[in-house]
Ligand binder design. Sequence first.
Ligand SMILES: [Zn+2]
Ligand SMILES: [Zn+2]
Length: 259
Amino acid sequence: MTFTVLGSGTSVPTVDRGPAGHLVRTTTASVLVDGGSGTLQRCAKTGVDPTALTAGVYSHRHPDHCADLLPLLFAMKVGPPARSNAYSLYGGEGWQAYLTQLQELYGKWILLPNGLNLTEFPLDGPGCAQLASDLVLRTAPANHSASALHLRFESEGHAVVFSGDTGPSAALTELTRGADLLVCECAGSDEQPIPGHLWPTAIAEMVREAQPKTVWLVHMYPQVDPVQAVRTVESTGIPCRHASDGDTWDASEPRLPRR
Ligand SMILES: [Zn+2]
Ligand SMILES: [Zn+2]
């Protein structure tokens, strides 16, 4: 399993960091995890054709996490070539209503020739789905709005957890236990935390409890000093870095990010 950060940024447009987007790859599957604007292009840059993805998994419906879904469906519809098999989408409860509204707006332009299979996860407890023969997704409700979930990807004895957007969350601590990599949002600073989001000291506290092998911080708003944030999390003794767009964690060589 590999986990590639396609967008390490936020809703604030910057030169070198796109909004949230990630790519999980196994021997049999390529799964998009969130997708704010620009994610499709950054996905293509990794060598993965977005219209041929196995599935899309969304932590929640804020635009900085899902704005590229509409152009993705359009690309799958019109091609060329149009997508020849159904596309599978996964998200929290409320996604069916969201898709119905998109379809009312855009009609046939986003109706895939072979359909869209949606799986909704509960917002009041754990969820689980087999995304591919070698990839399992586990979910837990996050402490955020817009039907937000934490996501844990498991493949061949390895696990990567993506926090999604969240305030402090006991469910995230539980989901992170035993994980090889925690990709964690750090939207606020200790001095200026943002409601519904995490800040360095809160992440350090959670990491100390959950003991993932490595932590990658993403989704920092401008008030966060990345060096200070990394230092705070590393005070737990667990390696931490501020991930960049294009960084890839590889289960077969987990210590070195690939670009
Ligand atoms: Zn959000
Ligand atoms: Zn966000």
